[in-house]
Unconditional design. Structure first.
Length: 555
């Protein structure tokens, strides 16, 4: 005698038994009467045929679903099958003794009963291929479509917005809990180096920590998904011989009768992990369309994970390549400096042996010059390699410039370059004295080396504009100028037009320091006429009466 047990809906807990004759399910039925207003008057019918039973939809307005799939033709029923009529969920069984299915223990009894059934008798499993074609969702019912597109849209928004894979997966889990009926969600992810999956995200519907036992997932289901790369929908995994092993504690034995979806997180046929979500069938039963949605989510998540890992790998490779290039470049330059120091030391040693003080002085000058070069290199490397907080204090820009000129005068004399100054009186302004000293020193040294050996000039000027509260340091040379194609790269690290004579860090460090002081550095260059660097720094507002004393004509 067929029996129907109502697990969900207004008639939850009721049991219907019918003789071996057709029985109508609906609001006007005398055999299986439902008080569910979302069910039709004559919604569906079960009818005997050759010792088995068929489920037939009677042109209902909302459709009849069997194990999550809409019934479009008479369909054979098996023990444990789920029939959804409106908002009601019924479970079909041919067992005659059904007392154990009534009352609060109905779900537990049904699970135990299915376990004692013949092997594979009540398998209620659907599978969806997780290939790229499955990402295109079939048109579902209107309500399902709204949920599906909202979920896909929000996950698509998340891709790229969250930098880490862990953060992305946490957000995906939140989206699933927000839009789907889920009691438990487990997300297992591989470490990339092996096929071993470890739990990455766990979600409970209950907020009571005391009621959060360990979630028992089925290793057999997960292995099946990993092997076939299919997403599976299982109404009661215990009744499927593929998902019930000898060790029931390794399965979902303690979950009772639950609706389960398990899908791979996959991209380009590579599985990065698995989504496993379930809910009690007394609350909800997943449909085929929800399985397709989960498969699409797994596909989206897989592509996002793969893209993020490829990006991380690319960034790491680029960092290693940049570090290798920097080490090679700096090593070559440091070697040149050390060779100069070694040559100077040999001259000093030879002069000392011969008692020639002039040779000693000449060799020491060479050593001292290379010591200055390596000091400047180390200072620029330190400045460029890390973020620094400028030590802002009120200081005189002209005094800093005068100190720099005193330091580089010897270098200018060696190159036969004349340094011309035009320093306008100005008030003390807020700046980083040490940083500004390094900026002026780097730019002036570049100007000296760019100026021609005979008739070379370096012009250094300062100006202050009180109305704009801005100070200007201008450093120009009469060298060959910078080609237009090089001007956009002069502030790039390790880019130098001096060949072996430059490190390519001086201007890069100067721009970084000026930016840290909320200033700007600009360059003007004309081929054959020279180059001028203008450093603009924020100043302080002063009274107009004072500005007449500090700002001369010829702005």
């Amino acid at each position: 005698m067929p029996t129907l047990h109502v697990l969900q809906g207004p008639d939850k807990g009721r049991t219907y038994q019918t003789p071996d004759e057709p029985a109508v399910i609906g609001r006007s039925s005398d055999q299986i009467h439902l008080s569910d207003h979302s069910a039709s008057r004559r919604h569906a019918e079960i009818r005997p045929q050759n010792g088995s039973w068929l489920l037939v939809d009677l042109n209902s307005s909302n459709g009849t679903y069997l194990n999550g799939q809409r019934v479009v033709a008479p369909t054979p029923l098996k023990h444990g099958d789920q029939i959804k009529v409106g908002s009601s969920l019924l479970v079909f069984t041919g067992q005659e003794h059904v007392e154990s299915f009534s009352g609060p223990g109905m779900i537990r009894d049904m699970v135990d009963f299915d376990l004692s059934a013949s092997k594979g008798e009540s398998s209620i499993l659907s599978a969806v291929d997780a290939s790229e074609d499955s990402v295109i969702l079939q048109p579902p019912e209107t309500a399902d479509a709204v949920v599906a597109w909202n979920v896909v849209y929000k996950i698509a928004e998340t891709i790229g917005a969250i930098e880490s894979v862990d953060g992305f997966l946490e957000r995906v889990a939140d989206i699933l809990f927000e839009h789907l009926i889920v009691d438990h969600l487990v997300l297992l992810v591989g470490d990339g180096d092996s096929d071993k999956l470890t739990p990455q995200v766990v979600r409970y519907r209950s907020r009571d920590r005391a009621r959060r036992p360990k979630i028992a997932t089925s290793r057999t289901i997960i292995n099946h998904v990993l092997k076939t790369k299919d997403g599976v929908l299982c109404a009661n995994a215990l009744t499927d011989d593929r998902f019930s092993g000898e060790n029931k504690q390794d399965s979902i034995h303690r979950l009772g009768l639950r609706s389960i979806i398990c899908v791979p997180i996959i991209a380009r046929d590579k599985i990065h992990g698995v989504f496993h979500l379930d809910c009690s069938m007394s609350h909800h039963t997943y449909t085929q369309e929800q399985l397709r949605l989960a498969v699409a989510i797994g596909r989206l998540a897989g592509m996002a994970i793969e893209n993020q890992r490829l990006l991380e790998s690319r960034v790491q490779n680029e960092r290693l390549a940049a570090a290798g290039e920097a080490v090679a470049y700096l090593s070559h330059h440091i070697r040149n400096i050390l060779q100069g120091m070694q040559g100077g030391a040999e001259v000093v040693e030879l002069g000392m042996k011969r008692g020639a003080i002039e040779a000693v002085n000449s060799g020491w000058a060479l050593v001292r010059r290379n010591l200055d070069r390596i000091y400047i290199l180390a200072l620029n490397m330190l400045t460029f390699s890390k973020d620094r907080q400028p030590k802002i204090e009120t200081a005189q820009l002209n005094r800093i410039v005068e100190d720099v000129i005193a330091l580089v005068q010897g270098r200018a004399d060696e190159h036969g370059v004349m340094i011309l100054t035009d320093l306008e009186e100005m008030p003390a302004i807020p700046l980083d004295p040490d940083g500004m000293h390094q900026v002026a020193h780097n730019i002036v040294l570049n100007a000296i080396e760019a100026a021609p050996p005979e008739g070379g000039r370096v012009n250094i000027a300062t100006r202050y504009f009180p109305k704009e509260a801005r100070a200007l340091l201008s450093i120009g040379d009469n060298g060959p100028g910078i080609p237009p194609e090089e001007r956009d790269r002069i502030f790039d690290a390790f880019h130098s037009s001096k060949g072996q004579g430059g490190t390519g860090l001086g201007l890069a460090a100067a721009k970084k320091i000026v930016t840290e002081m909320n200033g700007v550095i600009e360059v003007e260059s004309t081929l054959g006429e020279g180059t001028t660097f203008n450093v603009k720094l924020p100043g302080v507002h002063i009274r107009l009466a004072d500005s007449d004393k500090t700002h001369g004509p010829g702005r």
